[in-house]
Design a protein around this ligand. Structure first.
Ligand SMILES: [Mg+2]
Length: 295
């Protein structure tokens, strides 16, 4: 049975979930075309456009945004949206876009199985336009808000409403570039090759038996553990949690094998793990600041 406090809280909570469309829910092959006064033309991606400082006499053409051109889902975000749509509970869900037309987005969402989702097209790329729209909803009584957008200017403008309305619950999330890249990688079905390199480190060979001489560690074991660690490393690189050149420790929880390795990137689709040292030890403490990966 629900407690009275919960019932009162639920009754007074009005949830609003707002998602941007371009580069938040999907990436598309859409450009903004700029025609300068002298007749020269320029093609900008949405990201470039966000930073572009207009020159006097510029004419903008947004024709690509009249349709949803070659969409690629950004899975982490689209999954969340689908979960909101299908789960119980009262919440209003909106797609809020700076585009001028809502219909192509609404059709795309219907065609890809989201069902009927409200789409609001502001025809205005000013972050204030989104903040004003959300503020209107606060005035309508919404007091638990989640706002997701790839533009940090938009999330900042909306997040600032919290200062004006301190009693509401406001959460904003800026969709990182890495998720957009991941959408592209997912769709093109490119897989990342993982190379575990034992050659470079004679040193590793010497240390191989250091902590358990009775139970030699085979090359196959090292490679197998390295490959499993490599999958996680690929993800962490994508999310900017790790960098090429970083040292990491891969710890195999089944065998207590530690692989200390450094990450290199010999080709765009290849991650190489250069093994520096190996040891079998449950409580091995790596150098401070070394990322530890559990597999
Ligand atoms: Mg966007």
């Amino acid at each position: 049975m629900k407690k009275l406090k919960e019932i009162i809280l639920e009754a007074s909570t009005k949830k609003l979930r707002v998602f941007d469309f371009d580069d938040t829910l999907v990436t598309t092959k859409s450009f903004i075309y700029v025609k300068h006064k002298d007749g020269k033309e320029l093609k900008l991606t949405p990201g470039e456009y966000a930073k572009y400082i207009p020159k006097s006499g510029d004419e903008f053409d947004y024709k690509d945004f009249q349709t949803v051109k070659e969409p690629k889902e950004i899975k982490a975000i689209s999954k969340l949206l689908k979960r909101f749509i299908s789960s119980d509970g009262e919440r209003s869900i909106f797609i809020l876009t700076a585009r001028s037309k809502y219909k192509p987005i609404q059709n795309y969402l219907k065609d890809t199985g989201y069902g009927n989702v409200y789409v609001v097209a502001l025809n205005n790329a000013d972050p204030k336009a989104k903040a004003d729209w959300v503020e209107g909803k606060i005035k309508d009584g919404y007091n638990d808000i989640l706002f997701m957008d790839d533009s940090s200017k938009n999330t900042k403008a909306v997040g600032d409403l919290k200062n004006k309305y301190p009693s509401i619950k406001m959460k904003t999330y800026t969709v990182p570039k890495a998720l957009q890249n991941e959408a592209v990688i997912d769709q093109s079905r490119q897989s990342i090759n993982i190379i575990v390199n034992l050659d470079k480190t004679k040193h590793a060979d010497e240390r191989r038996f250091r902590h358990d001489t009775n139970n030699p560690i085979t090359d196959d074991e090292i490679i197998e553990t390295g490959k499993r660690g490599g999958q996680k490393i690929a993800k962490l690189l994508l999310f900017d949690k790790l960098d090429i050149g970083d040292d990491v420790v891969i710890f195999d929880q089944r065998t207590a094998l530690n692989l200390v390795c450094s990450i290199s990137n010999p080709k765009p689709d290849t991650i190489e793990l250069d093994i520096i040292t190996i040891m079998q030890k449950k409580d091995f403490k790596p150098k401070p600041g070394t990322f530890k990966i559990f597999v």
